[in-house]
Structures are given as C-alpha cells and as structure tokens.
Design a protein around this ligand. Structure first.
Ligand code: ATP
Ligand code: MG
Length: 337
C-alpha cells in the first residue's frame, strides 16, 4: 500500500513566517520529493479553524491557504490530493468514536490546550478536543508522516497513543504514524522547527498573538516585515552565537536565515559566528525575509480562485472514499455495524 504524507493549516487568519517555515515549506519540499511514490494529502482544516476567532472571511482564507502551497512551489500530480475537512463527514464521526477512548486526563495535559486556556475560567470545548479531531484527520488516511511544527509534536504522540489503544482494544485497525523522531528524520532535519516571537523570543511566533511586531505575516508589506526583523529583541551578549537556551532572540534570527535559504544553522554560523555587529546580521536576515515575501506575494497574485476551487472535486472524492472505508471498519470493530 502506498504510504501517505498529510498536512493541514488552520485558516483562522493569515499565516505567519512560523507557519511557513515550520509547516508549509517542509510539506512542499517533502511533497515534491515523494509525490511519485506517496499519497500527499493536503486538507483545509476548516473545522479546526472555528475553534478560535476568524480574521476575515473563512471562504477567502480557505482559497488563500491553497494558493500559499502553490506559491511555495508545490508540484501537482495525481498523487497530490486537496480537500476541505468539512466536506468529508468521516472526520467528525471518527472524532466521536475516539472521544470515547481518549481520557480527560491526557487531554488536559496538552500544552496547546493549557496555553490557549490559560488565564480564562472557561473555554469552548473545541479548544480542549481539537487534538482528537486532529488524530481523526491522520488516522482515517493511515498517514505515516505529518509534517508539523514542534508545538504540535505532543498531538502526534497523542494520535499514536489513541491508535494503539484502539488497536489493542478492538483489534488491528489503524496505522500508527511515525513517532516524532521519525517525523523529524523524514523531514531531513535535526529537530522540529519552532520560530520564536520577535518581541518575546521565549515564546513561539503565533498567528493569534495580538502584537503586530511579534509576528511576520505572509501578507505583510515586505519592507514592513524587514523593519520587524530589524527591531526584533536580541540580547546583550557581544557576539553572534547560536543557543536557544541563553540567546533565543539571535538564535531565532539565525534559524530564520538558515531555513529561508535552505542551508544549515552551521553554514550560517560559518559566516556570522563571533561577529559583533548585530545590526549587519539583522540586515542580512531582513533582506532575506523581504525578498521571500516579495516573490511569494507576486506568485500568489498570479493564481486565480478558480484554479484552487477546481482542485477540490477530485480530492474530495478520493478523501471520502478512503475515509469512509476506514470509518466503516471502525464502526464494525466497535459494534456499531
Ligand atoms: P494559533 O496561535 O492560532 O494557534 P499558530 O500560528 O500556532 O496559530 P496553527 O494553525 O496552530 O498556527 O499551526 C499550523 C502549523 O504551523 C502547525 O503545523 C504548527 O506546528 C506550525 N507552527 C505554528 N507556529 C509555529 C512556529 N512558531 N514555528 C514553527 N511552526 C509553527
Ligand atoms: Mg497553534
């Protein structure tokens, strides 16, 4: 059986440079490398998106999100499938079944849940439960590889646990996705990517952060994005060094420069290690970001909405066929059929 690589990006707002470097670009690179031998499933997690406030219009965001893959150089072929999550009802149905084997204890330990609910007395249940929906997204398609940023690794582990628990209880049903070490190796990286907030580099860059200076959006004017890099928080050490523990700000910029140019951190350091002029270094990073956004935005403007919408019918037929077959198997195993 052909293996499957799967990804989805929430469309509650525009994407950040963190989403791009941590999830979008790795997926495009993997897809282009493997789509001759693997299924590449790119779905729009519209159901995940409504767990938080929607900036803009969901339908517009949806089309834009697919344009982002295309503008990042994704090559299409018959193994690359695009579908909208809410057009494949099996995602919601499997979620219910998995809800009945997931525990409130393990769900309460999810860091993303703790972060998204911290300081609030109560949140919507979707914020608590979306990792189970994410497990369904993955398990319905027997996906082995799910390129995500480091912040989502815990949800991959949860998915593995739920799959194993189900298999143990009801008999072999789900393919258990690769563990996070295997995921990282498959991406050809040493570790997961976590782009930091530009103002507060202890935290990850997030689309939902209010502060505009903290994040770079893919739709930011390129010169504005460059300014955000120039004013990014660094440190008071005297030379450039890579260490996320003690110097998260400068390390973040090193990482950004490496990922944009598809080179290793080591290669960036060969040029910059020990240099004392942070301003010169920031300028190099700012120029890279500016160039990236200019060319990305130009490519986006060349893709029509229809080009995107035309991708869904075939993709959603494929997705429903695969997902319904797996759901049927699940229903039989638990006695619903
Ligand atoms: P939100 O703040 O609304 O949760 P987000 O920026 O965290 O938004 P998500 O939609 O939750 O974005 O995540 C989409 C993908 O981007 C996931 O694969 C996630 O791991 C990845 N990602 C998010 N933030 C970063 C980051 N700072 N660095 C690397 N990858 C990231
Ligand atoms: Mg997130």
């Amino acid at each position: 059986m052909k293996k499957t690589i799967l990804t989805g990006l929430r469309i509650n707002s525009d994407f950040t440079l963190g989403n791009y470097l941590g999830a979008l670009l790795p997926m495009v690179r993997l897809a282009n490398k493997h789509s001759n031998e693997f299924n590449v499933n790119i779905f729009v997690p519209d159901l995940h998106s409504i767990i938080s406030k929607i900036d803009g219009d969901l339908q517009k965001n949806l089309i834009y999100s697919i344009k982002c893959y295309l503008a990042s150089g994704l090559i299409l072929n018959e193994n690359v499938h695009f579908y909208r999550q809410s057009y494949v009802p099996a995602h919601s149905e499997l979620t219910w079944v998995l809800n009945c084997i997931a525990t409130t204890g393990e769900m309460g330990r999810m860091i993303q849940f703790k972060e998204k609910s911290s300081g609030r007395e109560s949140t919507n249940v979707g914020i608590f439960d979306y990792p189970v929906l994410m497990a369904s997204d993955i398990l319905l398609y027997s996906a082995s590889y799910v390129p995500v940023g480091e912040d989502q690794f815990q949800h991959i582990e949860l998915t593995r646990n739920l799959a194993e628990r189900f298999n143990n209880r009801f008999g072999e049903t789900f393919v258990v996705p690769e563990n996070t070490k295997g995921q990282v190796e498959f991406m050809g990286a040493d570790a997961g990517v976590r782009i930091r907030d530009l103002v507060n580099p202890e935290k990850k860059m997030s689309k939902s952060t209010e502060s505009e200076k903290s994040k770079i959006l893919l739709s930011d004017a390129p010169n504005v994005a460059a300014k955000k890099i120039m004013s990014a928080t660094t440190d008071s050490f005297e030379d450039i060094e890579f260490d996320f523990e003690t110097r998260p700000g400068i390390s973040n910029l090193i990482q950004i420069l490496a990922l944009i140019n598809n080179i290793s951190v080591g290669e960036v350091l060969e040029t910059w290690r020990g240099k004392t002029k942070y301003g010169d270094f920031k300028k190099a990073v700012a120029e890279s970001v500016e160039k990236l956004l200019s060319s990305f935005q130009e490519k986006i403007s060349e893709i029509s909405d229809d080009e995107v919408l035309d991708l869904f019918p075939a993709g959603e037929k494929y997705a429903n066929d695969v997902a319904n077959a797996k759901l049927q198997e699940v229903f039989e195993k638990v006695g619903l059929r």
